[in-house]
Design a binder for this molecule. Structure first.
Ligand SMILES: Nc1ncnc2c1ncn2[C@@H]1O[C@H](COP(=O)(O)OP(=O)(O)OP(=O)(O)O)[C@@H](O)[C@H]1O
Ligand SMILES: [Mg+2]
Length: 390
C-alpha cells in the first residue's frame, strides 16, 4: 500500500475499488470530501482513476493473488465494473474480506440468465425470455411470443450494447455471431418501448435504503447518451412503482451499494426490468450536481455502512449528456466557448483520450425549464465533440 495505515489519520476508512475507470475516478471526489482513503486496482498506470487516486496499484482483477493482496490492505472491497469472477469473490468472502456488493448479489449483474431467473421468482416484471442453444430453440421461442424480431444477448460480458442483437429470423447472420461468442445466449421479446427509464437505489448492509427519482435515459447504438431527471411526464404511480421495484430487488438480492435497475416503459403500459448494475451507473451521473447526495457518495456510505444521504433532487430538472469521442482530439478546446456561453454548466472529463464513440466525459445542466436545460446540456456536449461549431 502506498500509505501505511499509521500514516493516515486515526480511523480513516480504506475503500478498495476494483477497476480504474471513470466511475472510480468520480468516486474519488466523494472520498476526498469524506476523508475516505480510496484504493483502486487499476488496469494500467494512466487509466482514468489512476490519474486521480494516489494509491492505484496496477493488476489483473482476474488473478486471485493480485486481488487478494489488493483487498488485504482495505476495509471493504467494491467495484467500478462487474467483471471480477464470482468464484474469486466467494473465496475472498470466505477468507473474511468484506466484499460489497457480495458475490451472491453481484452475480445477478454479471449474468443476465441468472438475473432473469431470479427476478421471475420475485415477481419483478420482465420481457419474455429464454436461454437458447440452437436455431430450433430460437424458432420455438419466437413462436411462443408471437414471432420475430426478437433480441439475442450474451448472458455475460456485454457492455454498451456489445453483445446485444436484433434477430429477424433463425437464419439471421446475427444468430451465428451470437453463438460464436461461446457464451450462453438469452433470447428476449423485443420490447416496443416508449422510452427507457432507470431506477437507482442505494442500500446499506443493515438494510437502510434510499431511492433516487426515476430518470429517463436515451441510448444510441447501445450507449447511454442522455439522462433527464426526473423522467418528464412520468405518471407518479408508475414512478413510485419503479422505485418500489428497485428497492424490492435490492432487498431480495441483498445488494450493498448502488443498484441501478434499467427499465423499459412499454407502449402497452408495462414497466419491465431490462438489466441490473451494482455500482454507480451512467444514469446516475446527474446526481453529482442534481441531488443532495450523489450516487458516488451514497455508494461509499453504503459500503461503509454509514447512514445514507438524501437522494432528493436539488432542481426541478437536471439533464446529463455524455461527451462521446468525435473528430476533435483536444477536449479542452471547446471549454472557452461552453463556459462563456453558460456559467451554470458543469463539465466532467474522465482523463481519457478521444476515440470515436468512447465515453470521455459528460456535461450537466439544471434548472426550472426542461427545454432550456436540455438545450444547454446538448449544446455543450455537441460543441465539445465538434459536432457543431457555434
Ligand atoms: N428486450 C429488449 N427489447 C428491446 N430493446 C432492448 C432489449 N434488450 C436490450 N435492448 C436495447 O439494447 C440496449 C442494451 O441492452 P442491455 O442493457 O441488455 O445491454 P448491455 O450491453 O449490457 O448494456 P449496458 O451498456 O447498459 O451495459 C438497451 O438499453 C435497449 O436499448
Ligand atoms: Mg444496459
Amino acid at each position: 500500500m502506498k500509505f501505511k495505515r499509521e500514516d493516515l489519520p486515526v480511523g480513516t476508512p480504506v475503500v478498495g475499488m476494483v477497476g480504474g475507470g471513470q466511475l472510480a475516478r468520480m468516486t474519488q471526489e466523494s472520498a476526498i470530501a469524506l476523508g475516505i482513503q480510496l484504493r483502486v486496482l487499476a488496469e494500467g498506470e494512466t487509466v482514468s482513476a489512476a490519474q486521480a487516486v494516489a494509491d492505484a496499484p496496477v493488476g489483473d482483477y482476474r488473478d486471485p493473488g493480485t486481488v487478494r493482496r489488493f483487498a488485504a490492505e482495505t476495509d471493504v472491497v467494491t467495484f467500478d465494473h462487474e467483471h471480477v469472477p464470482t468464484e474469486l469473490l466467494r473465496a475472498l468472502e470466505a477468507e473474511g474480506v468484506k466484499v460489497r456488493p457480495g458475490p451472491d448479489a453481484l452475480v445477478h449483474a454479471q449474468d443476465k440468465a441468472v438475473m432473469r431467473q431470479r427476478l421471475d421468482t420475485i415477481d419483478a416484471p420482465a420481457p419474455a425470455h429464454q436461454v437458447v442453444a440452437s436455431k430450433a430453440d430460437i424458432e420455438d421461442f419466437a413462436k411462443r411470443i408471437g414471432g420475430f424480431p426478437i433480441i439475442l444477448k450474451t448472458t455475460r460480458g456485454g457492455y454498451d450494447g456489445k453483445g446485444v442483437w436484433v434477430c429477424t429470423s433463425a437464419e439471421d447472420p446475427v444468430v451465428d455471431e451470437a453463438f460464436a461468442t461461446k457464451v450462453p445466449i438469452l433470447a428476449e421479446e423485443k420490447v416496443d418501448f416508449v422510452r427507457e427509464l432507470s431506477a437507482i437505489v442505494a442500500r446499506s448492509p443493515h438494510g437502510q435504503a434510499v431511492a433516487y427519482p426515476i430518470v429517463e435515459s436515451v441510448q444510441r447504438d447501445g450507449i447511454c447518451v442522455e439522462v433527464t431527471a426526473p423522467a418528464p411526464g412520468l405518471d407518479p404511480d408508475k414512478a413510485a412503482h419503479a422505485q418500489q421495484t428497485a428497492l424490492k430487488i435490492a432487498g431480495e438480492l441483498g445488494v450493498v451499494g448502488i443498484l441501478a435497475v434499467e427499465m423499459f416503459e412499454a407502449r402497452d403500459g408495462r414497466l419491465l426490468v431490462n438489466e441490473l448494475a451494482m455500482r454507480p451507473h451512467n444514469t446516475g451521473h446527474w446526481s453529482i450536481e442534481g441531488a443532495v447526495t450523489s450516487q458516488f457518495e451514497n455508494h461509499l456510505r453504503a459500503v461503509l455502512d454509514l447512514p445514507l444521504g438524501s437522494p432528493a433532487a436539488r432542481a426541478p430538472y437536471t439533464v446529463m449528456v455524455n461527451v462521446l469521442g468525435g473528430d476533435v482530439e483536444d477536449m479542452h478546446l471547446g471549454l472557452l466557448h461552453c463556459m462563456a456561453r453558460d456559467p451554470g454548466l458543469k463539465v466532467h472529463f474522465y482523463g481519457k483520450s478521444v476515440k470515436p464513440g468512447r465515453k470521455v466525459g459528460h456535461v450537466t445542466a439544471y434548472g426550472d425549464d426542461l427545454a432550456e436545460v436540455r438545450e444547454r446540456a446538448r449544446h455543450a456536449a455537441a460543441y465539445l465533440t465538434g459536432t457543431i461549431d457555434e
